[in-house]
Design a protein around this ligand. Structure first.
Ligand code: F3S
Length: 446
């Protein structure tokens, strides 16, 4: 039996995919990346915003076609779309044999067996208060040199635009011992960079230890000898503590990089979004981070065209972006999600206006990013090699300022033979819009 696994959505969902691949491997199932050769197809879906839902549905439909025409005997849908629309998926796409909710993936191998033996229309759901165990046989799909460590599931923040608490449940931290053991296992298999993810990482531990324990977790992870870089994603601005700043300053292995989604800069909109910070507080937190950790790279995300956003409020965001000069920035056009309060708000904004505002912010950010890249010319940076550029004496890599998949890259010209995961010192010689160009200055503990 050969299985094709398609993972969509965010890096938290990717970790679930990697746990599922672990269970499937333990069950002796072979993998393929050729859909025409697959006996079983699993699609792990996303349903965060409309585009993500569309991508998930289109992928399932494509695989359903494959099942009609090819040798595929079992089509299984897991993850966030399955959790949210289980009945609709089974009803509208009859080729789907089973749906598994976001907390039910431990059952994946058994469900596949049942389907192959003739069962269909299986629905496997568990309570959203359940926290599946981290699978010790996880199959890392990110190349082996970096991996995500999911430190918690769910979210308690209930921002008015967000469906996640309904799909993933309330915040549940993974016990620290389990995380340290998982990190050790990952490094034994060659992982050098750990990326801490959760719907929000800064609240880690509050639910099970009675206080925020991210600093303590970071200190323990830093003690693992095979780890070179630890990167923290998805921090809520109001949860950044002095203790967290201190540990980032003290521990060399923690990248001076924070992902701090702020979503907007107008107090009115922030309030309507259910966010817990106003513009002044955001300025304060960002200012403090920059004064305490001068070379910190701050990434943020924004939402354009939230209900009620006036042209003036959009201008306020533009000014804020201009002043704050974020190192990395992404913008989503607001997508009204059913079952969220914001979808019912009056003053919904026209799609084209949301898109125009999104593009305007991105154009401004492009200039900021280009200036920042230009400022790097002549400097030496430590780079983790991601892979080679085909047909050229060049490699692509990342600095501590760049998370894989979302931030920029550095192209390194060299005739030397480098491997994925190698660290090299690179002198920056040129800049592109979001990326850098450089040449080897020195090699560093490969
Ligand atoms: Fe992630 Fe999409 Fe689910 S963003 S948590 S896969 S809804």
């Amino acid at each position: 039996m050969k299985l094709l696994f398609i993972s969509l959505g965010c890096d938290k969902n990717l970790v679930d995919s990697e746990y599922m691949l672990g269970y499937l491997k333990q069950a002796g199932i072979e993998f393929t990346d050729d859909e025409t050769q697959a006996d079983i197809i699993v699609v792990n879906t996303c349903s965060f915003i409309n585009d993500a839902k569309e991508e998930s549905i289109n992928t399932i439909l494509e695989m359903a076609e494959q099942k009609k025409e090819g040798k595929c005997k079992a089509l299984i849908v897991t993850g966030c779309l399955a959790q949210r629309y289980k009945d609709e998926v089974l009803k509208e796409i009859p080729e789907v044999d089973a749906v598994l909710g976001t907390t039910a993936y431990e059952e994946i191998a058994e469900v596949i067996n049942q389907v192959v033996e003739g069962e269909s229309h299986c629905i496997i759901m568990k309570g959203l208060d359940y926290l599946p165990e981290a699978n010790k046989e996880r199959v890392v799909t990110t190349g082996g040199h970096y991996a995500h460590l999911k430190i918690a599931e769910g979210c308690d923040k209930h921002c008015t635009y967000c469906i996640i608490p309904k799909i993933r449940g309330e915040y549940r931290s993974v016990p620290m011992e389990e995380l340290v053991a998982e990190a050790e296992k990952l490094t034994e298999s060659g992982v050098k960079e750990l990326i801490l993810v959760a719907q929000e990482t800064t609240m880690y531990g509050k639910d099970i230890y009675g206080k925020k324990m991210l600093p303590e977790l970071l200190r323990r992870l830093c003690k693992i000898s095979g780890i070179y870089w630890i990167r923290i994603q998805y921090c809520y601005p109001e949860e950044i503590t002095d203790e967290l700043i201190q540990v980032i300053k003290e521990e060399e292995k923690i990248c001076n990089y924070l992902d701090l989604p702020i979503q907007h800069a107008s107090d009115d909109i922030l309030k309507r979004m259910g966010r817990r910070t106003n513009k002044e507080q955001l300025e304060e937190i960002i200012g403090k981070l920059r004064s305490e950790i001068p070379d910190i790279a701050i990434r943020t995300t924004l939402i354009s065209g939230f209900p009620g956003e006036t042209e003036e409020m959009h201008e306020e965001v533009m000014e804020f972006v201009d002043e704050m000069e974020f190192d990395r920035l992404g913008v989503f056009a607001y997508s009204p999600e059913e079952d969220t309060p914001a979808a019912e708000f009056a003053d919904q904004i026209l799609e084209e206006v949301k898109e125009d505002r999104r593009n305007e912010i991105m154009e401004l950010q492009q200039e900021i990013a280009f200036d920042k890249c230009n400022d790097m010319i002549g400097k030496e940076v430590l780079v983790m090699i991601e892979g080679s550029v085909s047909g050229e004496n060049a490699y692509v890599g990342r600095t501590y300022k760049d998370a894989p998949g979302v931030d920029g890259y550095i192209f390194v010209n060299t005739a030397e033979n480098l491997m994925t995961g190698d660290f090299v010192k690179v002198k920056v010689t040129g800049a592109l819009e979001y990326d850098l160009i450089g040449e080897i200055a020195d090699e560093f503990g490969k």
